[in-house]
Design a protein around this ligand. Structure first.
Ligand SMILES: *Cc1c(COP(=O)(O)O)cnc(C)c1O
Length: 405
């Protein structure tokens, strides 16, 4: 049963076909900043909100961005999607739109550092916005944190960098009971987990990561109901339209094409990660954070949540090296050994290594880092999909033994 789902979302991607001009097998890139109205009376109707679905101006909608958005929406099982300039644009536009009149957010406490900083250092400074951070492992804590003015629940499918898994079905029940949307950042697990199928309402992505796969562009997307996407691009009150962090059509074209091999890439990343973890375990390496380990707190939950067991456990591995010094020394050696590159971000064809406490999670104050188990010696690895797994595992284990052994 479950294994059909992998084929289903792959088929959904495949079924989207935008022909180029003259019947090309790929869409053309529509560079036009503005669109002609053949009937002059239609333009006024668009501005008054009486006519929808027209191309007007590329900050509002663009045919190439729409081609990408439709393909992504098909993959996500959502009615619609909207490509934006970055993952942070996807997150900030979504939250701002839901909080136009202010309100309260309940967020899991193990979120991406940038999102944490947006919530804590920008949004919560406003007099009409407040935020509660709760343990993502505990759906009851979300219910307890509900206030009369709670506008949304926010979480990440797989958290950064500890790779904890949110129980999306349970959180969606809390959201539905309180008549508010569940917003899920699925950046670490595209295709592998389909949050909409588990009850999420709005799915946000940093397309910079796996969806791009090539670490050569910055992009984001929001997948939701047609109604919510229409709100975002409303000429009078749409946050995406009025703040304007739109996706460039050149980038939309690239992402449109790259979605075709996203499922294959996710399989390859996942296989390579599993191979390395098995070798690490054989070598007696401990303190590995990886959802495939039986001792991972949400191991069984994640198994149920995956769209297919073929995707194994995803392409991310985190390791506690004991101290920041050891984590950085190991990274240095791994880079010299050509095991990977010491760089933030993830989802690249090559392995990327980073020390979150001193980089992507450094926005989170030390006190808070301690509370959520974010240890200074963590080394986060986004496992690449190219190379000889045996050779790479040997490089890793030799380097580990030199630095941490
Ligand atoms: C990178 C990342 C973001 C931010 O995305 P950008 O494309 O860099 O703006 C948000 N959430 C998660 C989980 C990320 O990894």
């Amino acid at each position: 049963m479950k294994d059909n789902k992998i084929k289903k979302n792959t088929q959904a991607i495949r079924d989207i076909q935008h022909f180029g001009e003259e019947g090309g097998v790929v869409p053309v890139i529509d560079h036009s900043a503005t669109s002609t109205f053949l009937n002059t009376s239609d333009m006024e109707k668009v501005f008054q909100g009486d006519l929808q679905g027209c191309y007007l101006y590329s900050r509002h909608s663009n045919p190439t961005v729409t081609a990408f958005s439709k393909k992504l929406a098909a993959m996500e099982y959502t009615e619609a999607a909207f490509g934006v300039a970055s993952g942070m644009a996807a997150i900030s536009c979504t939250i701002e739109q839901l909080l136009l009149d202010g309100g309260h957010i309940i967020s899991s406490n193990t979120i991406y550092g940038g999102t944490w900083a947006l919530f804590n250092n920008i949004l919560s400074k406003r007099p009409n916005i407040s935020i509660s951070f709760v343990d993502p492992d505990n759906a009851e804590a979300f219910q307890k944190a509900i206030k009369p003015n709670t506008k949304l629940i926010y979480t990440e499918t797989m958290s950064n960098p500890l790779l904890a898994i949110s129980d999306i079905s349970s959180l969606s029940k809390v959201a539905k009971k309180n008549n508010i949307p569940l917003v899920v950042d699925n950046t670490f697990t595209p295709v592998l987990v389909s949050p909409k199928q588990l009850g999420a309402d709005i799915i946000v992505y940093s397309c910079t990561k796996y969806i791009s796969g090539n670490s050569d562009l910055i992009a984001g997307a929001i997948c939701a109901s047609q109604d919510f996407i229409s709100q975002l691009i409303d000429v009078n009150s749409g946050v995406a339209m009025l703040y304007g962090p739109v996706m460039d059509p050149n980038i939309a074209y690239q992402l449109y094409s790259r979605l075709d091999h996203l499922p294959l890439r996710m399989l390859a990343h996942s296989k390579a990660a599993k191979f390395l973890v098995d070798k690490m375990l054989e070598a007696g390496i401990k303190n590995i954070y990886y959802p495939g380990l039986p001792e991972h707190p949400q191991h069984n939950l994640f198994k149920q949540m995956r769209s297919s067991e073929e995707y194994i456990y995803g392409g991310m591995i985190t390791l506690d090296c004991g101290s920041l010094e050891k984590a950085t020394a190991l990274s240095q050696l791994l880079q010299e050994q050509k095991f990977g590159l010491f760089a933030v971000s993830l989802g690249f064809s090559r392995t990327l290594l980073s020390c979150p406490s001193a980089s992507t999670s450094s926005e989170i104050p030390e006190e808070e880092q301690k509370k959520i188990g974010l240890k200074p010696g963590l080394l986060r690895m986004s496992i690449g999909l190219i190379g000889d797994d045996e050779i790479l595992a040997k490089k890793f284990i030799d380097s580990y033994n030199k630095v941490c052994g």
